[in-house]
Design a protein around this ligand. Structure first.
Ligand SMILES: [Zn+2]
Length: 384
C-alpha cells in the first residue's frame, strides 16, 4: 500500500507526460529536435499568441530572418569566434553557410535597410526564430536541452539616453509575463550595475562577450529554480554593422542594442510548464479544454452540436465517442487532465444544458450551455 501511494505521488518528467498526454515525441532520426503533435502545438500556439499580444501593445515589430546564412555574417558579428563549436556549418555552392544559432546579426541587417532617425527609436524588432545549436548528443535532454530551439527573441535599438528606461520596461514586461504562471522571479546582474530599482545578485564575469547581462531566474510551484529570460546590453553591434541614427541635432549616432528573451526557448519553457503543472495545464493552455460525453448514442447529435458551438467560440473541445460506460469515460478524461467534462443526456438536451464536472472540483451540476461558455471564456481570457 505504502509503495503504491508513493508511486502515484511521484512526479513525472515532461518526457513521460508528453507521451501520456500526446503532446510531443522524440525520435532517433532527429536527435535534440522534438516532433510536436497537435496537442503540443495547441500549447505552443497559445504561448506564441500570449507573447505576441504583450509585444503588440508595446510597439514591437515582428520580423522573420533566414535560418541558413553565410558564415561570414557570424564572423562579422563576432559570434563565430565564440560559438563555432556550437554552430552547424554546411557547404553549398562552394560557400560555407551556418544554421543560425542566434538571431542578432540578421536583426542588424533589417535595421540597416533604412536610414533611421531618433524619432524611430526605440526600434523594437521581435522574432520567433528557429535556431540550431550543436549540443553534444550526451547532454540532450528532452525539451530541456535541444539542438533545435525556438526562441522568443527581440533586439531593441535605442539611444544611450533611453537605455535605463528601456531596461526597466523590459523588467516589467518579463515580470508580468511570469506572473501569469505564478512564477516567482529573482534577478542576477552579470557585471555593471544599472539604475533599475530591483534587488539583484552579482554574477561576476558571467556577462556576454559584448556587454553586461541581467538574468531572470524563476521558482516554479515545485520550488525548482530555472534561468529563463535574459536582458543583455550590447555596445558593439552598432559598430560592427555600421548602424546609426540621426540624433536630434542631426548628427550620426550609434544605437545601443538590447538583446532580450522572455521565455528563452519555447521548448524548454513548455517542458518546465508541463512538469510544473504535472500535465494539468491551466484552462487557457490546455490542448483540450472540454470533453463532451453523451450518456448514450441517442444524444451524440446533441453532443456534436455542443462541440460545434464551442469551436465557434474558439474553445477546444472533443467528444469521447468510445463504447464505454459513462463512469469509465469520466475516469479517462480525468487521466487526460481535461479541465472540464460535460455530460449530456435526455434532460440536458431538453433544457439546452450540460452537466458540468470541473477538474479538481468534481460535479458542478447542470448549467445552461451559454452560461458554461461565459464561465470558461472568462477563465480563458484571464489566463487562469
Ligand atoms: Zn541577440
Amino acid at each position: 500500500m505504502t509503495n503504491n501511494k508513493k508511486e502515484t505521488e511521484k512526479l513525472l518528467s515532461h518526457q513521460d507526460l508528453g507521451v501520456q498526454l500526446d503532446l510531443y515525441s522524440f525520435h532517433d532520426i532527429a536527435p535534440g529536435a522534438p516532433f510536436w503533435h497537435p496537442k503540443g502545438m495547441a500549447v505552443f500556439r497559445e504561448l506564441e499568441k500570449a507573447i505576441r499580444e504583450a509585444l503588440d501593445s508595446q510597439n514591437y515589430q515582428e520580423i522573420s530572418t533566414p535560418i541558413m546564412v553565410r558564415k561570414d555574417l557570424f564572423e562579422k558579428s563576432g559570434h563565430f569566434q565564440f560559438y563555432k563549436d556550437l554552430m552547424f556549418t554546411l557547404k553549398v555552392d562552394d560557400q560555407t553557410f551556418v544554421l543560425k544559432p542566434m538571431n542578432c546579426p540578421e536583426s542588424a541587417i533589417v535595421y540597416g535597410t533604412k536610414t533611421r532617425s531618433w524619432r524611430d527609436l526605440p526600434l523594437k524588432f521581435s522574432e520567433i526564430g528557429r535556431l540550431h545549436r550543436k549540443e553534444l548528443s550526451g547532454v540532450l535532454n528532452g525539451l530541456f536541452r535541444v539542438r533545435q530551439i525556438t526562441m522568443d527573441d527581440a533586439h531593441i535599438y535605442t539611444g544611450i539616453n533611453n537605455l535605463v528606461e528601456e531596461i526597466n520596461q523590459l523588467i516589467v514586461l518579463i515580470d508580468n509575463f511570469y506572473k501569469i504562471f505564478n512564477f516567482k522571479t529573482s534577478y542576477f546582474l552579470a557585471t555593471r550595475p544599472d539604475e533599475a530599482k530591483i534587488k539583484y545578485e552579482i554574477q561576476p564575469k558571467e556577462g556576454a562577450f559584448y556587454g553586461p547581462k541581467i538574468e531572470i531566474h524563476v521558482k516554479d510551484s515545485l520550488g525548482r529554480s530555472w534561468q529563463l529570460g535574459t536582458i543583455q546590453v550590447d555596445f558593439n553591434m552598432a559598430e560592427k554593422f555600421n548602424l546609426s541614427f540621426a540624433n536630434q541635432k542631426g548628427e550620426k549616432e550609434k544605437p545601443v542594442v538590447i538583446h532580450r528573451a522572455v521565455f528563452g526557448s519555447f521548448e524548454r519553457f513548455i517542458g518546465i510548464l508541463v512538469e510544473n503543472y504535472q500535465g494539468a495545464l491551466p484552462v487557457w493552455l490546455s490542448p483540450v479544454q472540454v470533453k463532451i460525453l453523451s450518456i448514450s448514442e441517442q444524444y451524440e447529435k446533441y453532443a456534436e452540436n455542443i462541440r460545434a458551438e464551442l469551436a465557434r467560440k474558439n474553445i477546444r473541445a472533443e467528444i469521447d465517442g468510445a463504447n464505454e460506460t459513462i463512469g469509465k469515460k469520466i475516469r479517462n478524461s480525468e487521466i487526460e487532465k481535461i479541465p472540464y467534462i460535460l455530460v449530456v443526456g435526455e434532460k440536458e438536451e431538453k433544457n439546452d444544458s450540460v452537466a458540468v464536472r470541473e477538474r479538481g472540483k468534481g460535479d458542478l451540476g447542470a448549467m445552461k450551455l451559454e452560461k458554461f461558455i461565459e464561465k470558461i471564456n472568462k477563465e480563458i481570457e484571464s489566463k487562469i
